[in-house]
Design a protein around this ligand. Structure first.
Ligand SMILES: [Cu+2]
Length: 424
């Protein structure tokens, strides 16, 4: 019979067994932030902010004229190497796709000259900036198109906002953005109470349909893209992000592609501190290891790099870490193909039955001749073999005691700190 007394007793018993179970668990060890190593540090330069590093890209130069920062943007065709072995016939700005990162300070007066070297009209929209409507760059709505050969000027004062914004055409957008016309527009705050970060990176996410054996992105494709890029580069062509242990790191992601990208970091958690809509108050920030960067947005994340090593930084959509896949292949995993190979070889000499045990053997094709200008699906060697990745993949290299942010090479693992084989 259930009485108050035996209810309490059973409750106590449950509590006691919970205590026992709890005691049997290994002790949780809270993560400890490592102190910054002593010794000489890489220098930041003489600006009041940490200059943004655009991996595989550049920052747009400006000159000061009558109190305004003047930039000159040229819209033009661009040959972009996605990784060694693949050149894509893009359109971009100033010889690059994405265009150089524009960097200004809140309150700056800016004058942006835009010259059109394409054979069709264009315009530039300043995504996320609260500027006068006549500077908004929407062809037909706020201005006529900038015709081939013309130079136009946009001029405005950067309003009371800071963060990561973007620039891109609002003219024949489907084609012009599919061909790579895009760039990041960073506004630094006039005052930084917490001080600027030690490292400040900017990465534009994009997708492309470059059919095997071709050079020109197909602007008609809506969903079946086959190339996924960080700053219009695919792994192993993506520059690595080098930071020093203890650095406060900011990464700005922008997305003008047609897919959402959950970008994931290993060994650390970051907080989303801002979007293209503004800064997020501290109380509204939560830790994540994966930040979803939806189409048409930016996300600024910050973290302390307190865990030395070579850490993967990649989109978590697994097809987005592959190169040039053909998407119309039969699923052959676990299919017994014995006998099939010989039969097909009588029709197709050299045919290889593949994929019975999984897709990893696709990496072996990296050394086999494929269609011209087409990268293998997965490639890129690490210090222990093929990394079996492509697309949106790079490496966050966290190192003690570096005095420059030059690529330090692969991580030297301390003795006894690696997973190891214990049985053949
Ligand atoms: Cu993705």
């Amino acid at each position: 019979m259930l009485t108050r007394r035996n209810l309490i007793a059973s409750g106590l018993a449950a509590g006691a067994s919970a205590l026992i179970v709890r005691r049997a668990l290994p002790q949780e060890v809270p993560p400890v932030a490592r102190p910054k190593p002593d010794g000489p540090r890489p220098t930041r330069g003489d600006r009041p902010y940490t200059p943004v590093v655009t991996p595989n890209g550049t920052t747009m130069p400006f000159r000061l004229v009558d109190g305004a920062k003047e930039f000159h943007i040229v819209a033009e065709p661009v040959d972009r190497e996605f990784a060694p072995g693949m050149i894509v016939k893009c359109w971009g700005y100033n010889g690059q796709s994405p265009g150089p990162t524009i960097e200004v300070i809140q309150g700056d007066r800016v004058r942006l000259f835009v010259t059109n070297q394409l054979r069709e009209h264009t315009s530039i929209h300043w995504h996320g900036l609260f500027i006068p409507c006549g500077m908004d760059g929407v062809t037909g709505l706020t201005q006529p198109g900038i015709e081939p050969g013309e130079t136009w000027v946009y001029e405005f004062t950067i309003p009371n906002q800071h963060g990561t914004f973007m620039y891109h055409p609002h003219a024949d957008e489907m084609t012009q953005m599919a061909f790579g016309m895009m760039g990041l527009f960073v506004v630094h705050p006039r005052e930084q109470p917490a001080g600027p970060p030690d490292r400040d990176f900017a990465i534009m996410l994009h997708n492309w349909a470059v059919h095997p054996g071709t050079y020109r992105p197909d602007p008609a494709v809506m969903v079946d893209f086959n190339m996924w890029t960080f700053n219009s580069r695919v792994f192993p062509g993506t520059e690595h992000l080098v930071v020093r242990t203890g650095d406060r790191v900011r990464i700005r992601f922008g997305n003008l592609s047609m897919w959402n990208h959950p970008i994931h970091v290993h060994g650390h958690a970051w907080k989303v501190v801002a979007t293209d809509g503004g800064q997020i108050a501290q109380a509204g920030q939560w830790p994540e290891t994966t930040v979803l960067v939806p189409v048409g947005t930016t996300r600024d994340v910050e973290f302390i790099a307190d865990n030395p090593g070579d850490w993967a930084l990649h989109c978590h959509m697994s097809h987005h870490t592959m190169n040039a896949m053909s998407h119309s292949v039969a699923n052959t995993v676990d299919v017994d193909q014995s006998g099939l190979e010989q039969k097909i070889r009588s029709l197709l000499p050299g045919y290889m039955a593949m994929g019975r045990d999984g897709m990893a053997e696709m990496q072996d094709m990296a050394s086999m001749p494929g269609p011209k200008n087409t990268l293998p699906m997965m490639m890129g060697d690490g210090q222990f073999g093929n990394i079996e990745m492509g697309g949106m993949f790079t490496v966050l290299k966290v190192r003690d005691d570096i005095t420059s942010y030059e690529d330090p090479g692969w991580y030297h693992f301390p003795a006894g700190s690696m997973a190891r084989r214990i049985s053949p």
